[in-house]
Ligand binder design. Structure first.
Ligand SMILES: [Zn+2]
Length: 412
């Protein structure tokens, strides 16, 4: 009964059916899903999950941020649970798989264990994290963030949406303001299954992405100051054109991002005074740097600052650089990453190591528990879009790996 490698199989059709049933809640005409955090549709999605989890023999607990934990007791209830999960909220033009997949895959694990009467040594839990997307209540991943110690409970509860409704009010309104303390308890391991949301697995024809960690991020705001002057009477030499400085830095940032696993994006640029015959004297721009290795991310920072200083000197500009956000790389737990990789090997699924380009609840949970993720491909790498799609076979494969990894850990 407690063999490490029981012959348990997930049911891909049942998993797919659950995903499609869930996608009806908030389903859009274009085939996507709009199920914004802490709305009545979010409540309906939660209610459906809770009813399914109970039918699979799980008991339900809800914490003060509305995070739901469906628990299947282990042979030794005193052991920390082996946990999986993701989120049920979506972007306004979201798809059927982002988040929902990780929760339904966890549900499928519960169902398989229930149907085969299999009891693991450690308890198994499936988590639904509140407000992962952050589109109604910013920032993203706030509830798993409190669980992981990145934010305080009070901070999360006091966040307001654009209509001035607080997280706490919205949570109460849908009846998911639970009694349990957020976090502060031991978790044996956390696994999250997710669609890749990028094009790599599909391009490389791999079924399973063994996620080794999530990349770190540095966000900047750069303000350039030069001098406005007449476009016709000011000679080219001696101009203090802030927009030319910004332009050179944009090109430089692109070069800085051009390194293995590097990402660099300048997404906002505002020049003033927005007059075609005045030399721009002030420019505001943003920079988004990402890298899975903190050392490389630090180098990118230094290169950018050196480039900005050089550009400023050459054009007689002033560059004020403010780093407004730093999210350190979250390397996942080696032994859990290894069990995902081994699972893929044993099952014969084509697989590769991959770094998560996006943030996930797992990134915050990884601060308080050993964590790993399983990625499956999504069609054309598209996510946060109503056309988001995935293949039933891949979806099933990822869930099978999740089941194997969880049972293995729960019996260790
Ligand atoms: Zn997600």
């Amino acid at each position: 009964m407690t063999s490490d490698r029981p012959n348990l199989r997930i049911d891909a059709d049942r998993l797919w059916g659950s995903l499609m049933e869930l996608a009806k809640i908030g389903g859009t005409e274009k085939g996507g899903v709009c199920r914004i955090a802490l709305t009545d549709l979010d409540r309906q999605g939660r209610d459906l999950f809770v009813s399914w989890a109970k039918a699979a023999g799980a008991t339900i607990k809800v914490d003060q941020l509305g995070n739901i934990f469906a628990r299947r007791e282990g042979r030794d209830p005193s052991k920390p649970p082996i946990m999986t999960g993701s989120h049920l909220d979506t972007q306004p033009t979201g798809g059927k798989f982002d988040g929902a997949y990780g929760v339904m895959a966890g549900l499928e694990v519960l169902r398989v264990l229930h149907d085969s009467n299999y009891v693991t040594e450690s308890p198994i839990e499936v988590a639904v994290w509140t407000n992962e997307e952050g589109c109604r209540f910013a920032p993203a991943m706030v509830a798993s963030g409190v669980f992981g110690g990145a934010f305080t409970l009070d901070h999360a509860l006091s966040i307001k949406d654009r209509d001035g409704v607080s997280f706490a009010e919205a949570l109460r309104k849908i009846g998911y303001d639970g009694p349990e303390q957020v976090g502060g308890r031991k978790v044996g391991a956390f696994f999250e299954a997710h669609i890749e949301q990028g094009p790599i697995l599909e391009r490389e024809k791999k079924t399973i992405g063994v996620v080794t960690g999530a990349q770190g991020q540095r966000w900047y705001e750069v303000s350039w100051t030069g001098m406005e002057s007449h476009a016709g009477t000011t000679p080219m030499e001696g101009r203090r054109d802030a927009l030319v400085g910004a332009a050179e830095l944009i090109v430089k940032c692109r070069e800085i991002g051009n390194r293995p696993n590097g990402r660099s994006t300048v997404g906002v640029i505002e020049s003033l005074p927005q007059s075609r015959n005045t030399i721009p004297g002030r420019v505001f721009m943003t920079i988004d740097f990402r890298h899975p290795d903190d050392g490389e991310l630090t180098k990118m920072d230094a290169e950018m600052r050196a480039a900005a200083a050089d550009i400023a000197r050459r054009h007689r500009l002033e560059a004020k650089i403010e780093q407004i956000w730093y999210f350190p790389p979250s390397p996942f737990a080696k032994e859990l990453v290894e069990s995902v990789r081994r699972g893929a090997e044993q099952a014969g699924y084509p697989h590769m190591d991959i770094v998560s380009g996006a943030g996930h609840d797992a990134c915050y949970v990884s601060r308080v528990a050993p964590t790993a993720m399983v990625f499956v491909p999504c069609k054309d790498g598209i996510s946060h879009n109503e056309v988001e799609d995935a293949d039933k076979v891949d979806i099933g494969a990822g869930c099978q790996i999740l089941l194997q990894a969880m049972v293995e850990r729960a019996n260790t």
